[in-house]
Design a protein. Sequence first.
Length: 366
Amino acid sequence: MNKNSISILITASSLGGYIPGLIVSRQLEEKGFNTEVFILENLLKKEKKDKILTAKIVYHKNFSAALMGQKIVNGMENTLDDLLIDELIHKWKEEKRKRFIVFSGFWSDIISKYINEVGEEELTVDLCHVDASVSTSWKAHKNDLNSFRHIWFYNLEEKKVSYYLQLNNHEPVLFSERKKRLLLHGGGWGLGTYLTKVGELENAGFSLDVICIEKDDAKNKSKNIRYYLIDPLWKAWEPNENGEYIFPPFGEITDNENVLYKSNYDYPDVYDICRESLAIISKPGGATLIDSLSSATPIITLEPYGNYENSNALLWEQLGFGIPFKKWAESSFSIELLEKMNKNLLQARKNINNYIPEIYATKNIS
């Protein structure tokens, strides 16, 4: 493999790593790099892979079950197929792969095994942390090899943001040009309490864009509310007819029986809605923080999915980029407060590095 070849390792069960991984791949392609995306779920034992969509619906309907499921995760070693792992490592060795970007700690044992077999000479691995403290996937692994570079996009302990991703070529929409609309979602799996806030926010005078996981989520029909659906049958680990992994297929729920799904090649379709929103109402996942920085859109944080998302919420509040829903409600849903946070995000972006040029500067990339 030449020096312009980069392997990007992600998981499909968490869009917090999946989305930024695809963004990085697409933008490096534009700069002339050869990228290949590897998805961990394609190494799962078949019986485990078949259960993913079922778990997605269960966790969407029951956030407590999702939180409990996260607490018992100790790694994925027992769910992976050893033969598939050996075949992948053999492929990497044959192709002499030297440059990796990793967006999930569940890849740690596999990439470490590869490095132990081929050595660390001229090999660089970026371990990308898109949460403000150590997330579940990274906890069980040391990740201390010399070829590992820990890339912390955000860090609560240091109270700083070091990197961002610009999701498209457009600058953030001016706050004065945004309509009085809010974006509500629960990440790729529709987790959290966001659907319970619809009535309260509509009564406060806001128009809403709500992302659903099931059609049944679109219950409070109103001229002020637009509901969108992520294709329930979409399997992120399966490539499309062109052999490419895609962003979530996405469409508006209308009076027509069928939802017309589409998937933008360069970035998720929901980002266009995010750019024009006054704020995002969501649990504070890593991909949501990326959207927030890229579009200078504040986050009104809901109950977090685990301790690391709580760290995300704390950091965003400390930096003036977000606020817990309860505190915002106590301000009578102040738009002036949202505008202040928008200004903070715009100012902060001037002193934060875009991660993509950082990749160009790394050794072994020319």
